[in-house]
Design a protein around this ligand. Sequence first.
Ligand code: ATP
Length: 434
Amino acid sequence: MPAPDMETLTSLAKRKGFVYPSSDIYGGFGSTWDYGPLGTELIRNVKDAWWRKTVLVRNDVVGLNASILMHPRVWEVSGHIENFKDPLVECPTCRRRYRQDDVSNMHCPHDEDLLTDPRMFNTMFKTYVGPVEDDASVAYLRPETAQSTYVNFKNVLDSSRVRIPFGVAQIGKSFRNEITTGNFIFRSREFEQMELQYFVAPGEDDEAHERWIETRFTWWTDLGVDTQRLRLRSHDADELAHYAKATTDIEYEFPFGWGELEGIANRTDFDLRRHAEASGTDLAYFDESTKSHIVPFVIEPAAGVDRAALAFLADAYTEESIEGRDRVVLKLHPSLAPFKISVFPLARNKAPLVKLATQVAEDLRSRWPVFYDETGSIGRRYARQDEAGTPFAVTVDYESLDNFSVTVRDRDTMEQQRIAIADLEQHFATLLTT
Ligand code: ATP
């Protein structure tokens, strides 16, 4: 199945309530996006899947939830004020601005004019804290969650029983004043990250880096992403971030081409050393086995929630023609699907069908997100749920009133099975494991 084009995806996302342009009634606001009812569930599921795999099923990772605003010194010491810059080029004729790496041969993609020499542009958002807008009150919206983990390193060591190697995971918003945005939720100025800082003894970093690349790649394929559309790409020396010794990106073939989903960096001991020096706080770890103090190296898998959502949507989007009937179906992995089960009475004007279907929906809802729908033809209702990615549809029909069984339709195969209502919970429990 060829990838859908971005327009198809964007319009499905809006129509079904996955993603809307932000401030839509005012014409939108420069590449900011809002998640609607289905999108909200999708990104919750993406984050849950990441948290489960990265924190909950492991015994070496703990969580952190830090604030977005931090002491401005953090960004000086981390090198972001000096280095978190993109090269900006401008067209002298149409005044359009681009990130230099987004244009080939230094000509304006719009009117072919020669672009200006690059100027470095810091992409951190600046704001002011308190009532006076002066230099003393400058603060930044964080461009990554990682720094708050480093400055809390001692707090975590002192308050939990972690032993190296261990990780600190965090999910939260980050902000970057990107020069060029676009491609829907792929690149926006406000986005969410899922980042892990995994602390290892120096010398063990290369092996840990390899392990995390493998672990993270498997996460995407376990959630059903087509391996043909995934690849690993290691950074050349000249594109490495100022703190990194090596970085490998996991890239996905989006409808507009290959793009980064996640970066897995070996950040060495750069950040801990800099913060220890600047703050005067000892950020070394005492290794009981060797009775020595070490400054750990950091392996950082950093993924974007929004890019993940876009990749999952693009990958799941399928147009099919079966027995002469066309349909659009989102073949989302069940653990990502916003609703797991839909429940329909065959007809809405038959009170006993509605009563039983409502009861079935209610019972299932105590364990899974269930969508109840009694409007429109049954075919229409199936089609709506196919487009929403709901893996299973339960229909209560006349036979149900006689023998308390229902049909269960599988979204992908469209096959229907008759199942006793009493067995439904067990049936779905085996299919909807997290
Ligand atoms: P890019 O090269 O695309 O700008 P990056 O290398 O700067 O990305 P990282 O700093 O490695 O990105 O951030 C980790 C992850 O955060 C990225 O892999 C991506 O999923 C997400 N991310 C970064 N910038 C944005 C953005 N502007 N919009 C949405 N997601 C983003």
